[in-house]
Ligand binder design. Structure first.
Ligand SMILES: NC(=O)c1ccc[n+]([C@@H]2O[C@H](COP(=O)([O-])OP(=O)(O)OC[C@H]3O[C@@H](n4cnc5c(N)ncnc54)[C@H](OP(=O)(O)O)[C@@H]3O)[C@@H](O)[C@H]2O)c1
Length: 358
């Protein structure tokens, strides 16, 4: 199917979110017309920053209210669009029937549009790595796009914490099948890793989860990651560039998915220490590590860390497709911290003798 024309009209769901708003911003910078979808236009705390973006004053950027839960609410928004970036979360990842319905709502509006030729769907690294049995990472340690999770594993249930990953896999499948059936548009999936980088609006400091985790580091407490997994990051600006890259690409095919990540990893405690290493002028006092896991999981920390350490993270496909050079993690952490303070108003805990410059 056709890539979107440069400068065409693109709708972005989840535009008030961390990734969605960077996609909006970069689309505008590349000359596109953007229809930014949010749930509540009247919520100034989540929409004011979009109205301040270049393009809003001239009408190249327009804001639209739509809730995925309501069928038909994207019909008018998608009509006349060339592409859609479906970035938003859904309200509930534990109800797979509900997730199917939200996909149907988007798909039906795309079909009705008659103009959309490409839909980029934001899935997740979780759809590639979140095995119900962690030993599967030892058996199949290469993390790349064709790594398919065992959907029939008895522990692959929302009750076992797999709802998010299951919902993302389901979404990928439903969109690829619908596009195939339609013949008028295609779907390319981006599977982002852990997004770190600058927030664009104060409300984004509490979302994420990764930028929020850095916020808690700044304010003196931070949390051990699920299964002692190291952070596997992508800068949010690079993630947005990947979305736009596949929107424009002539080399992609319906149903393909691309991991968006630098493949750099770092343990959570090292990230906390990095704040002082990267920004010594700030005088960050450090933070206390909170390990929320039950004792039987804590006892497996060494083993779990070894499992993650032997994984082989690959981004050959997206690099080969787009020629993208991912930012180093240090840059993402530094810019995240500075934005949390400057944009988010976060007050970090500082060592004696240091003051926050306002
Ligand atoms: N952040 C990461 O590290 C990461 C990693 C892998 C994958 N992802 C995926 O990337 C996407 C965006 O993540 P993010 O971090 O940017 O999330 P975010 O900052 O929490 O933003 C998500 C947006 O989804 C919108 N939303 C939630 N429920 C909705 C509904 N029922 N109808 C319409 N909009 C709804 C919200 O819109 P309003 O603000 O207008 O209410 C929100 O702004 C998600 O699909 C997520 O699964 C994220």
């Amino acid at each position: 199917m056709a890539p979107v024309p440069l400068g065409g009209t693109i709708a972005v769901t989840g535009s008030a979110g961390f990734i969605g708003s960077w996609i909006v911003k970069l689309l505008l910078a590349r000359g596109y017309r953007v229809r930014a979808c949010v749930r509540n236009l009247a919520d100034e705390s989540r929409t004011a920053f979009l109205r301040q973006m270049e393009g809003y004053g001239t009408g190249r950027l327009t804001l639209h209210e739509a809730d995925l839960d309501n069928p038909g609410c994207f019909d008018d928004i998608f009509a006349g669009c060339h592409g859609v970036c479906h970035v938003s979360h859904v309200s509930d990842y534990d109800d797979q029937d509900y997730i199917s319905r939200t996909c149907e709502h988007i798909i039906e509006s795309v079909n009705k549009s008659g103009t959309v030729s490409r839909v980029v769907v934001t899935s997740s690294l979780a759809a590639v790595i979140q095995d119900a049995d962690i030993q599967e990472l030892v058996r199949r340690p290469v993390i790349y796009e064709d790594r398919i999770l065992d959907e029939n594993h008895p522990k692959r249930t929302p009750e076992r914490g797999q709802g998010y990953s299951m919902g993302k896999v389901l979404t990928e499948i439903l969109f690829a099948e619908a596009a195939e059936l339609s013949g008028d548009w295609d779907t390319i999936t981006i599977c982002p890793a852990d997004n770190v980088g600058p927030i664009l609006s104060p409300h984004q400091k509490d979302m994420g989860p990764w930028q929020h985790n850095i916020e808690t580091m700044l304010t003196g407490k931070y949390y051990q990651n699920a299964g002692y997994r190291p952070w596997m990051v992508v800068d949010v600006r690079d993630d947005a560039a990947c979305h736009i890259g596949v929107l424009e690409s002539t080399e992609v095919y319906n149903g393909e998915r691309y991991l968006a990540w630098s493949t750099e990893t770092r343990n959570v405690e090292d990230i906390c220490a990095d704040i002082d290493r990267l920004l010594p002028e700030l005088g960050h006092a450090g933070a206390e590590l909170v390990d929320p896991f039950p004792e039987h999981i804590q006892q497996r920390e060494t083993q779990l860390r070894q499992i993650w350490a032997q994984c082989d993270l690959r981004n050959d496909r997206i690099v080969g497709l787009l020629g993208i050079e991912f930012r180093p993690m240090d840059e993402s952490i530094r810019d995240c911290v500075e934005s949390l303070i400057a944009v988010g108003g976060v007050k970090p805990v500082l060592r004696e003798g240091f003051d926050l410059r306002q």
